[in-house]
Design a protein around this ligand. Structure first.
Ligand SMILES: *Cc1c(COP(=O)(O)O)cnc(C)c1O
Length: 493
């Protein structure tokens, strides 16, 4: 399958190439030339499969040149790293409301679903296109991608990983997870700034010809593990299908019935994967885009204007503290009828003035497919408390934003279809804020918070958290955002 850049300046003839490059040369994002389709009969077959088999079926639709059985083995390997061998269990809260738990992987956030598999997709992709150089994965993270990428790629052959995170923009547990990372091929540095600063710095390195030439002289090529990379996006499409298959298999719905998905959104990768699933034929009614106080997306979906010129809030759902949602570019591209010059013009506008506007017709299409709303900090905490009291179920701070917006959606639209809420992180990653939401005085120490959360909820503390206590802090460097290039060049030498 061919992949084209959203900005029209680049095209590659295989998914392997799109994945190994990460970002298109013109600064755009790779998108499949057409969407493969999945029939109701296919969906019916998925019901009998386990998660790895479902994932392989969906992913291979895009990655045709990868050997099916080889991919299946890789999926089985990746998803055996998840608790109980199920990467995406569906939990029923009531007849119309389900939680898709995506956080049972090695780093306790949904990014593991893609990042346990990406090393295979990338290594194989490079082999298929004859890339001989060492691959340097540059990552900008709002907390969870960094750790998941480090863990996924640690000690991988011919690959190095360099992670930048905002020094004050991640939770204590997230910071500890990254600072204690093991592996001989990894580096982690904090940038004084927010996530958007990290993302801009990384994007700049990707598109700077001089830096890329310099790297090539050192036998290094760049790739990305952010959701800008198609290889990161495509494994995320699978769990929408898997959730649907589980609903059919457990007779909660009939084959062909429509379902709504609610997604706590930051960089727009997760929800875009849902949009792709819908394009492939999955019976999705509405995709619901849930934001925190950084509600740039809510405003966009309501008004048609994307305006990043606004105050940046540090919230208790830090992985959603983003003002420039990279993957929205892929949606804008589809909305415009795949008009690459219009997409490029809008992205240029975003770069120079921090905003752009879509047409009224495009806005109407958006409204048909999406519902968007946001939740403030107080509401986020109250939701955690309410859901715990009503169902005995503990939401993390990101999932709580989604849950709260799901309630707004049901009240405002009276939509009767079942709602699946994507749960993106374990509450133990954000113990302090989850505890204080449940009305308990939260200790300062992150581990004491975890202990207390266990006392109240009797939900087991994941071993990944317990193990952190003993680990040595290897990475403590904090830099100015102007120093990123030097850090990268230093690392590859
Ligand atoms: C990354 C992340 C999000 C946001 O996902 P996007 O794909 O960036 O929209 C939400 N919640 C958690 C816990 C995350 O780690």
């Amino acid at each position: 399958m061919k992949f084209i850049s959203t900005r029209g300046g680049s095209q590659v003839d295989s998914a392997a190439k799109a994945i190994s490059k990460g970002l298109a040369n013109d600064g755009g994002l790779f998108v499949p030339q057409t969407f493969p389709t999945v029939s109701l009969e296919d969906l019916n077959n998925l019901c009998k499969m386990d998660y790895a088999e479902r994932a392989c079926f969906v992913i291979h639709k895009f990655l045709e040149e990868y050997d099916y059985n080889d991919l299946l083995t890789a999926c089985k390997n990746s998803y055996s790293k998840f608790e109980e061998n199920d990467a995406a269990p569906l939990v029923k809260l009531d007849d119309k409301c389900f939680i898709l738990e995506l956080f049972h992987g090695p780093t306790l956030a949904f990014k593991d679903i893609a990042l346990t598999l990406l090393p295979y997709l990338l290594r194989k992709g490079c082999d298929l296109c004859g890339v001989k150089e060492e691959v340097l994965i540059l990552v900008a993270t709002s907390g969870d991608t960094g750790k998941a990428a480090l863990e996924g790629f640690k000690d991988a052959q011919g690959i190095k990983v360099m992670v930048f995170y905002p020094s004050e923009g991640v939770s204590d547990m997230q910071k500890l997870q990254m600072c204690t990372q093991e592996g001989g091929n990894v580096n982690v540095v904090a940038i004084k700034g927010n996530f958007d600063d990290c993302q801009t710095a990384v994007k700049k390195i990707f598109t700077d010809k001089n830096i890329n030439d310099m790297l090539l002289k050192n036998n290094v090529v760049l790739s990305s593990a952010n959701s800008m990379n198609f290889g990161r996006l495509v494994p995320q499409v699978s769990y929408y299908f898997s959730a649907y298959a589980d609903l059919v298999a457990s007779e909660e719905i009939k084959l062909g019935d429509k379902v709504n998905f609610v997604v706590p959104t930051g960089n727009f990768g997760n929800i875009l994967a849902g949009y792709y699933a819908k394009q492939m034929g999955l019976p999705i009614d509405k995709l619901i885009c849930a934001s925190n106080s950084n509600n740039v997306l809510t405003e966009f979906f309501v008004s048609g204007t994307y305006d990043a010129n606004r105050e940046f809030f540090k919230t208790i759902s830090p992985s959603m503290d983003i003002l420039i949602s990279s993957n929205l570019e892929r949606l804008i591209f589809e909305l415009s009828g795949r008009d690459t010059s219009l997409t490029k013009a809008r992205m240029d506008e975003l770069k120079t003035s921090g905003k752009y506007k879509i047409s009224n017709n495009e806005l109407k299409t958006l409204e048909k497919e999406f519902y968007a709303n946001f939740t403030d900090e107080i509401d986020c905490k109250e939701t955690i408390k309410d859901v715990f009291e009503e169902y005995g179920y503990v939401l993390d701070t990101h999932t709580s934003v989604a849950y709260s917006v799901a309630q707004d959606f049901i009240i405002q639209t009276n939509n009767q279809n079942p709602v699946v809420i994507l749960s993106t992180a374990s509450p133990y990653k954000f113990s302090h804020d989850v505890l204080s939401a449940i009305n308990e005085k939260a200790p300062l120490d992150a581990f004491k918070c975890a202990d207390k959360l266990f006392e109240i909820t009797a939900m087991d503390i994941p071993k990944q958290i317990l193990e952190l206590k003993q680990k040595e802090k290897r990475f403590t460097k904090v830099i100015e955002k102007t120093q990123t290039v030097d850090v990268v060049l230093d690392f590859i030498k």
